[in-house]
Design a protein around this ligand. Structure first.
Ligand code: SF4
Length: 250
């Protein structure tokens, strides 16, 4: 895999007070076709040439050195660190990326900084220790459908939904905090599906995030998309209340 170096690593996000993010890879082999917002931004900024270029991940080779320096300066300001907004920390088929992600999480946890993670890959469950240092981390996966043919169309190079879910369930069974991102959730003109089935499949998690699909012309072609999203939010909120799951709507 190619590598790059960066000048900085940790950056503040606008998501919540004290939330920081790390993107220790440039590009993402998953090549989602929703489209991927991170890819659009990098393309606009001239950081990547095209889709094929985006799909060739480049690891940040000085990530751990940068982390060591920056964490000492920022420690008192950070409430948690998210991996990642513009790449995937457990990219499917890339063991080096997963290993670096685990090392970053370990070093942050040693400084009493918890992490949240989000992936469309498979968590390396057997390499992950549940202990006092890691117990406040929250591990998430994206699931917007249970339909493998939809997954192949929109997340062509990501892990299968079954494998993603299986690893997350194993983490939950081992006592880790888990969450699911139902974002970007598609409208019925893209795929007709039963939200109940998806929620039932992920009902073991501690938290569910929901967000609509953006930057896709098909959404506005669905005449009732606003009403549709409103009804899905109500449904999820009710489901989470009943099952004592935290819910966050974007
Ligand atoms: S997994 Fe995330 S970062 Fe990677 S291509 Fe898909 S949407 Fe983009």
């Amino acid at each position: 895999m190619d590598s790059i170096t960066r000048k900085t690593l940790l950056y503040k996000t606008g998501v919540e007070h004290g939330s920081y993010c790390i993107n220790h890879v440039e590009g993402c082999a998953h090549g989602c076709l929703y489209p991927c917002y991170a890819m659009l931004i990098k393309k606009r900024a001239g950081r990547i040439k095209d889709y094929d270029d985006w799909r060739k991940p480049k690891i940040v080779s000085n990530a751990l050195e940068l982390l060591e320096k920056e964490v000492l300066k920022l420690k008192s300001k950070i409430s948690y660190v998210h991996l990642c907004f513009s790449t995937d920390p457990f990219m499917y088929g890339y063991k080096d990326i997963a290993a670096l992600s685990l090392e970053i999480i370990k070093r942050l946890n040693e400084q009493c900084i918890p992490c949240t993670t989000l992936t469309k890959g498979i968590y390396p469950v057997d390499s992950m220790q549940h202990n006092d240092l890691t117990k406040n981390n929250e591990y998430g996966i994206t699931i917007v459908s249970l339909d493998e043919s939809f997954r192949k169309d929109y997340e062509p190079y990501a892990a299968t939904l079954k494998d993603r879910l299986h690893a997350l369930r194993q983490l939950a069974e081992r006592g880790f905090k888990t969450w699911v991102s139902l974002e970007p959730y598609p409208t019925p003109n893209i795929i007709r599906q039963d939200l109940t089935k998806i929620l039932d499949a992920v009902s073991f998690v501690n938290e569910i995030w929901f967000g609509r699909l953006n930057y896709n012309k098909k959404v506005s072609k669905f005449k009732f998309y606003k009403e549709f999203y409103k009804s899905q939010v109500e449904f999820i909120t009710e489901f989470c209340k009943k099952n004592k799951i935290s819910v966050y709507v974007k």
